[in-house]
Design a protein around this ligand. Structure first.
Ligand code: FES
Length: 201
């Protein structure tokens, strides 16, 4: 009776073995497709991968004034960095950062930290205006106003790039010279949070 129905519909019954074979091919293809897409995600240029070598990020004095006035770093998305001010008159800061970061005058320096790649697992690390810290939304790592580690699972402070001020007073960042972030124990700034956090610990 059942065979009569199949014959009447004109459709050939799919054999169990054929069905299993197609299912297996389908799942392997889907898996390979997913792998290829995720690999592409790693290889694809992201915002922040667009600056190479020495780049002029602006007039050093104007940048410092804007950062001090707004009490916020200046984000440069195409470079994946945030520009900070730092104080070379703090002896620990001068010792840690004086050699590789721009110095404008006795109490003002600039640095470009890699705020696009948290040293833990690579998430972007936004600035939190209320706490005056960088706070990673992924697993809660925190960094002070100099990008120094203050808490969470990250193994160190934010990475950064070599920078200097040229003869024309321009802030130059060398995106070809990447610097590993300061060790967890480096706490030149000793800055407590200055308000409520943006990310729950
Ligand atoms: S990626 Fe930032 S804390 Fe994990």
């Amino acid at each position: 009776m059942a065979d009569d129905k199949k014959r009447a519909s004109g459709l050939k019954p799919v054999e169990r073995r054929t069905f299993l074979r197609y299912s297996l091919i389908g799942s392997v293809s889907a898996g390979l497709g997913g792998f290829a897409l995720s690999s592409l995600g790693f290889l694809w240029p992201r915002p922040g991968d667009g600056l190479f070598g020495e780049e002029d990020l602006g007039d050093a004095r104007e940048l410092a004034d804007e950062i001090n006035d707004t009490r916020a770093p200046i984000r440069v998305p195409e470079g994946g960095v945030s520009i900070l001010v730092w104080d070379p008159s703090i002896s620990a800061a001068e010792r840690n950062y004086g050699a590789d970061h721009a110095i404008l005058d006795d109490t003002t320096g600039l640095m470009a930290v890699d705020s696009q790649n948290c040293p833990h697992l690579g998430c972007g690390v936004p600035w939190c205006q209320s706490s005056q810290w960088f706070e990673c939304p992924c697993h809660g790592s925190r960094y002070n106003r100099y990008g120094e580690w203050t808490g969470g699972p990250a193994p160190r402070g934010l990475d950064r790039f070599v920078s200097f001020i040229n003869d024309d007073g321009r802030f130059i960042v060398n995106f070809g010279e990447h610097l590993t972030g300061p060790a967890r124990t480096a706490n030149a700034l000793e800055q407590p949070p200055e308000g409520p956090p943006c990310v729950d610990a």
